[in-house]
Design a protein around this ligand. Structure first.
Ligand code: GLN
Length: 478
């Protein structure tokens, strides 16, 4: 059922929201047995919320009429704090951590009548592209289209569930270097990573503070836009929050594409890009042309050449400092206090962080060490500015840029096992630079090849999410 029709029926009482919620919780449990999309299903919270909505409807409370998400199930990436619901960011070190507060985005969703159904699977702290770097003891989510393949990551559970759920549902993901667009492209759904600062990060378990963005993943462009509209806006609890006017995305979805100009990133079709991916992305560009856009090839030198190095330098530097607080005393994994602080700290961290988290701590610490800091971390920060400058120049001419989201079709788990960390990082080539530059980007499903989905990446200038959704809407029902 169309989401608006669903909300209308909930408002009219044609759907009993408590019964509906009970039913979908059962469905979630069933989906989870097979696909591992959830770390936690928050059945109790969901039912409590449904009962509250029913009560308000019964009392004919006027506030209920305008609620944008009334009764809609919303799943939340595990790294986003939900009050009293275990929030681990997929890490053993946060096992048992139940936040005392809601992230700002969660407050907003609940305020609009959205029902929180659970915390979705991810790479530990967001470190990965296939949701296989899950913390010790967590399960790996499987692609809804082919269970032998990855959902992508790190918001893998979010994207998998967005595709698999056959009830009205929108997922909340998070991207530091591509973790919304990449899994969306592997799971045949829409994923919007907004401008850095557009959505509050208050209550997000940090990966890299200058890079992290919370954003929506939905089966349709409309649903993706709807959740973005609900969660965005200035928040005084987040010192990097933008004080910008909110976007009215619904009006964008109705606009014609005539007169829009797209830059096709030349380098994104070169060596290493699967022909199936190229073919479908080009088809996607043709489809936008039919709707009236003009397209032109452009070259993006800095972002393509240096994006990966800059991203992995900055992201690991920030991650390594963020992870220092997990010492087994304040949050999550707490073991018997024994030995000196250093011995205890080492014991907890050695036994609770997974291999990729440890790798990033080592890389990030190295990049910031005295003697290396200027050569690595500071240099990366400088090149980051050059990347931003090149994009800014490009957006003087174009409304958006198009490229594949990922150069390959969703890989099999058996092939991922054979990849080196570097090969793995290289698949982020198209995604890291928009993230480094804080630019909004949207992955849209453009077609299938060999029974597997392909996603096209549309990148826009800062605060131009509306234009991306306007373009993406062409692929609605694709
Ligand atoms: N694949 C990237 C990484 O491993 C992106 C992760 C993310 O956006 N959370 O860092």
């Amino acid at each position: 059922m169309n989401i608006n029709e669903f909300i209308r029926q909930v408002k009219n009482g044609e759907i009993d929201i408590v019964k509906h919620t009970q039913k979908i919780i059962e469905q979630c449990k069933k989906i989870n047995e097979e696909h591992n999309y959830f770390n936690t299903i928050s059945a109790e919270l969901a039912l409590e919320q449904a009962k509250e909505i029913k009560k308000l409807l019964k009392s004919k409370d006027k506030s209920i009429k305008g609620k944008k998400l009334l009764g809609v199930a919303v799943s939340v990436k595990d790294s986003i704090c939900v009050k009293n619901v275990e929030s681990t960011a997929g890490s053993k070190i946060l096992k048992g951590y139940e936040p005392l507060f809601n992230a700002t985005v969660i407050e907003k969703i609940i305020g609009e009548g959205g029902i929180i159904i659970g915390k979705t699977a991810q790479d530990e702290f967001g470190f990965g592209s296939f949701s296989v770097n899950v913390g010790l003891g967590f399960k790996i989510p499987k692609n809804p289209i082919d269970k032998e393949r990855t959902c992508g990551g790190s918001s893998g559970g979010a994207a998998g569930l967005a595709k698999a759920a056959d009830f009205p549902h929108i997922a909340l993901g998070e991207s530091t270097g591509g973790s919304i667009a990449e899994p969306a492209s592997f799971c045949d759904v829409f994923g919007l990573c907004p401008t850095y600062g557009r959505n509050s990060r208050y209550g997000l378990i940090d990966f890299g503070n200058s890079l992290d963005k919370i954003g929506p993943v939905g089966k349709t462009c409309y649903e993706t836009a709807l959740l973005q509209e609900v969660i965005e806006g200035y928040d005084r609890n987040d010192s990097t929050s933008l004080n910008a006017k909110n976007g009215n995305y619904n009006t964008f979805l109705k606009k014609s594409l005539k007169g829009m100009k797209i830059g096709i990133i030349k380098e994104s079709f070169g060596e290493g890009v699967a022909p199936e991916v190229e073919k479908n992305v080009r088809k996607g560009i043709d489809k936008m042309k039919e709707e009236g856009i003009k397209a032109e090839e452009i070259s993006l030198e800095m972002p393509i050449k240096y994006g990966l190095a800059v991203y992995y330098m900055i992201a690991t530097s920030e991650a390594s400092t963020n992870l220092a607080k997990y010492c087994g005393m304040r949050y999550g994994a707490i073991e018997k206090l024994e030995g000196s602080f250093n011995e205890y700290f080492t014991k907890v961290r050695s036994s609770s962080f997974g291999a990729e988290a440890k790798r990033r701590i080592i890389m990030g610490t190295f990049a910031r060490m005295s003697g290396f800091r200027d050569a690595y971390y500071i240099k990366a920060a400088k090149v980051r500015t050059l990347i931003i400058n090149e994009y800014k120049k490009t957006f003087k001419k174009f409304d958006a840029l198009a490229s594949p989201a990922v150069p390959v079709l969703p890989p099999k788990f058996s092939d991922i096992e054979k990849m080196s960390p570097l090969q793995n990082y290289m698949l982020d080539i198209m995604l890291v630079s928009p993230n480094v530059a804080g630019l909004p980007h949207l992955s849209v499903p453009v077609g299938y090849e060999k029974g597997l989905p392909v996603g096209m990446l549309l990148t826009g200038d800062h605060l131009q999410e509306g234009k991306l959704l306007q373009l993406g809407n062409v692929f609605e029902g694709n």
